[in-house]
Design a binder for this molecule. Structure first.
Ligand SMILES: Cc1cc2nc3c(=O)[nH]c(=O)nc-3n(C[C@H](O)[C@H](O)[C@H](O)COP(=O)(O)OP(=O)(O)OC[C@H]3O[C@@H](n4cnc5c(N)ncnc54)[C@H](O)[C@@H]3O)c2cc1C
Length: 537
């Protein structure tokens, strides 16, 4: 615990979850010294150097560190796989263990948000908040911010294969973009990371740590919220467990749920806010009948792989003795290969040029996070592979989240329902053909050998579909599970208050009207900054 006294259980605002959204909100709402803010977080502090050293992301993922351990129900559309659903349980939430890609999505995403009832969330409305959040290394311009808390950096070192991808895309008439978060989202570009001075900029590092000294801000870690407490339809506080004890934190103004797209609907339903029939079936008395957890989205993806011709240059740096020294160097000085990850290529592309915005994303990791540490004489590195991961950005299939039981410690059931809408498979199939064509174009020949996944060129539609179903996985971007909007599926009003209730807000990935076309971390941070300004009037 840091900040105010724990026994003082009365606050103006209680924020649950110190993740991408929660840390930004704690920063913004405690800026007014008259507002007493409590931030509750289920995980512990982010002391582990693996969180801060960029290469550490790979190791944390491999060892399943700081996660809730969720796995989906068998997903019939993806050969009944149970998908892993990693999301963070530590200060900074998932922004402390994600892969740090900094992506805003396309302006048309926000036009769609407004169409869906999210008044005040068009691109012109949100742009000032994106800019205020970030420190783009090339400085401020019409699109980018130069002095915000969140560092944003493009790797300087590029695997030579990157040039092959850019040339292949150009040869086939695909656009390139110098800054996919700037004037032009569409096209092939270099990845931007939320890294500052060789260290991950999580929301905890960028937004929370600088304000920990505020007397009106209390942070309690290892505190698991189990229920929102109501007085009629007004949220009056949160019950939570810590070290085997049950506590209550009262909120005079508002309770803000920032638990992420899986845990926020879980806590709402445990508190009686959700589909009334499901709540009654579980033995709960509904406080509000709302479609909580009914419109879950994620980005479905599948990889294409080829064998590389030349050794991957980054892989050589992963020899056990070299990477050990480089991890230490990154920890002490914030430099060297473990801090300065080599660049990745990302592309936002359309399967039909007439579309208003890209409908799939290619992520081409170029070594870095995908490479593994090796031991001389035991597992010497081969040349490695060339990987292009195809992410579906325009998913129409919707999943849902249900209670497993009324015990808050039991994890909820997550049904992805992948590829239940036939348009999703049609888009993924077209994206497969396009990606294959780029990967096998002439400029890639100096770098590429035979295909590995799939091992031969698939032309038959049924074969392509079977390949996609067998290799599809969700991309760890769950969202829109308590969406804002004005239709029957919406749970939140545009100020992110829960419909029909007072004093209760949801600010995290679950609040998106639909999942934007890209990686969502900075979008969620923007949402927190934007809504804090709305509440301030
Ligand atoms: C492996 C991986 C890689 C990713 N890579 C990228 C990337 O490169 N770029 C990108 O933009 N996005 C990426 N993402 C996704 C992105 O990081 C998340 O979408 C985003 O961080 C979610 O933010 P949030 O605020 O909604 O929730 P979170 O950041 O998950 O925060 C929720 C917080 O609430 C806490 N909490 C939950 N339940 C309780 C409870 N009952 N009581 C108290 N506290 C609770 C959690 O412990 C957590 O700290 C990645 C995700 C993963 C898993």
């Amino acid at each position: 615990m840091m900040g105010g006294r724990q026994e003082d259980a009365h606050y103006d605002v209680v924020i649950v979850g110190a993740g991408s959204a929660g840390c930004v909100l704690a920063n913004r709402l405690s800026a007014d010294p008259a507002t007493r803010v409590l931030l509750l977080e289920a995980g512990g502090w982010d002391w582990n150097p693996l969180i801060h050293i960029p290469y550490g992301a790979r190791k944390m993922f491999d060892y399943g560190m700081y996660q809730w351990g969720d796995v989906s129900e068998p997903d019939p559309g993806a050969n009944s796989q149970r998908m892993i659903i990693p999301h963070g349980k530590v200060m900074g939430g998932t922004s402390s263990l994600n892969y740090m890609a900094h992506v805003r999505g396309h302006p048309a995403d926000y036009a769609r948000w407004v169409e869906q009832g999210a008044t005040g969330w068009g691109y012109d409305d949100v742009l000032p908040f994106f800019k205020a959040c970030e420190s783009w290394e090339r400085g401020a311009d019409r699109w980018r911010g130069g002095s915000g808390p969140l560092g944003t950096w493009t790797p300087k070192e590029m695997d030579p294969i990157g040039a092959g991808w850019f040339a292949a895309a150009k040869a086939l008439g695909h656009p390139a973009t110098d800054d996919y978060n700037g004037a032009q989202n569409e096209g092939f570009g270099k990845i931007q990371y939320t890294i500052r001075k060789g260290r991950r900029d999580s929301s905890a590092r960028a937004f929370l740590r600088p304000v920990l000294g505020r007397k009106n801000l209390t942070v309690v870690t290892r505190a698991i919220a189990t229920r929102v407490l109501f007085d009629g339809t007004r949220a009056k506080g949160v019950e939570y467990r810590r070290k085997g004890q049950t506590h209550v934190a009262h909120a005079g103004q508002r309770v803000v749920l920032c638990l992420g797209a899986i845990n926020t609907p879980h806590l709402l339903m445990l508190s009686g806010v959700g589909p009334a029939d499901h709540l009654r079936e579980m033995g709960l008395t509904p406080v509000a009948d709302l479609p909580v957890g009914q419109t879950l989205e994620d980005h479905l993806a599948f990889p294409l792989l080829w064998r590389r011709k030349q050794p991957d240059p980054f892989h050589r740096k992963l020899r056990i003795d070299r990477i050990a020294v480089n991890m230490l160097r990154a920890q002490l000085f914030g430099n060297g290969p473990a801090a300065n990850l080599p660049g990745a290529v990302v592309a936002f592309l359309k399967t039909d040029r007439a579309l208003a915005q890209p409908d799939f994303q290619l992520v081409i990791p170029l070594a870095a996070i995908e490479s593994n540490i090796w031991f001389p004489g035991i597992n010497t590195p081969g040349n490695g592979t060339i990987c292009a991961k195809v992410n579906l950005l325009s998913q129409k299939s919707r999943g849902r989240i249900r209670l497993r039981s009324t015990n808050p410690m039991d994890r909820p059931r997550v049904f992805y329902n992948s590829l239940t809408d036939p348009d999703d498979m049609a888009t993924m199939r077209r994206a497969y053909y396009i990606t294959r064509e780029i990967g096998e174009a002439l400029p890639m020949e100096p770098f590429r050998q035979e295909p590995i996944l799939p091992p031969r060129h698939l032309t038959d539609e049924a074969e392509v579909d079977a390949f996609i179903r067998a290799n599809a996985t969700q991309q760890y971007h769950p969202a829109a599970s308590c969406r804002m909007g004005h239709d029957a599926d919406a749970v939140l009003d545009p100020d992110l208050s829960v419909k029909g209730l007072q004093g209760l807000n949801v600010v995290d990935a679950s609040a998106m009207p639909h999942l934007i076309g890209g990686n969502p971390n900075v979008v969620i941070m923007m949402m927190a900054a934007r809504v804090a300004a709305m509440w301030a009037g």
